[in-house]
Design a protein around this ligand. Sequence first.
Ligand SMILES: Nc1nc2c(c(=O)[nH]1)N(C=O)[C@@H](CNc1ccc(C(=O)N[C@@H](CCC(=O)O)C(=O)O)cc1)CN2
Ligand SMILES: Nc1ncnc2c1ncn2[C@@H]1O[C@H](COP(=O)(O)OP(=O)(O)OP(=O)(O)O)[C@@H](O)[C@H]1O
Length: 189
Amino acid sequence: MLKKEARKIYNKKREGISYADKLKWDDLILINFQTIEMPFLQTVFSFYPMEERNEINAFLITDYLHFRNLSLQICYPKMDIKEPNMEAVACKADTVFEANALNILEPLEAEIINPEDIDLVLAPMLVCDVQGNRVGYGKGYYDRYLNRCNPSCIKVGLSYFEPVGKIEDADEFDVALDFCITPQKAYVF
Ligand SMILES: Nc1nc2c(c(=O)[nH]1)N(C=O)[C@@H](CNc1ccc(C(=O)N[C@@H](CCC(=O)O)C(=O)O)cc1)CN2
Ligand SMILES: Nc1ncnc2c1ncn2[C@@H]1O[C@H](COP(=O)(O)OP(=O)(O)OP(=O)(O)O)[C@@H](O)[C@H]1O
């Protein structure tokens, strides 16, 4: 399958998920995330889910990680749409989020964290393939960002859908995931 085809199919599938299924599947993703062995984490880069696109509720996972380590630093993306580029910004409980031009909520705060200091990335995505190649919205934000992270950074994709057969047009910029968590299973690549 090609990324473009996967994007079309899975954008549509995700739009069709009922609210009841979404709540159930978000919980199952948390349960499956809890089965993977995690080292001590200091800094996590998550994302602010876009409700209108039915993105996964990553807050359930960051709440769980925060509960395990009360001094966990949680970062959210701040985009430079023109570049395109994004940075991880450290957030606190009182951080104010504001919608950007793409209607993604971003922190007003500006403490940019060095990508090399990120221990784990929770990556939004539509679907991945059996080798952990991720398919997002097609702007390459995460490919660019993950290439700046330490090789030891743990890359976890969250998806409502099981991996597809090989994505044929994965290129040299694509950084494969270490895990993909779905409502059915935690895939290890
Ligand atoms: N919640 C969340 N935050 C995120 C991401 C994400 O996937 N989810 N990103 C993950 O990379 C980055 C933003 N990437 C994005 C890339 C494209 C579009 C988008 O709306 N694309 C349109 C097409 C626009 C065009 O072609 O001009 C579309 O998909 O319909 C949105 C976000 C950073 N923050
Ligand atoms: N480091 C990079 N430098 C230059 N171009 C890049 C880089 N990383 C990715 N790209 C290009 O960006 C484009 C989009 O990449 P891709 O289709 O993998 O996006 P995606 O992972 O689905 O999107 P996103 O990360 O925004 O969710 C591709 O043409 C890819 O070659």
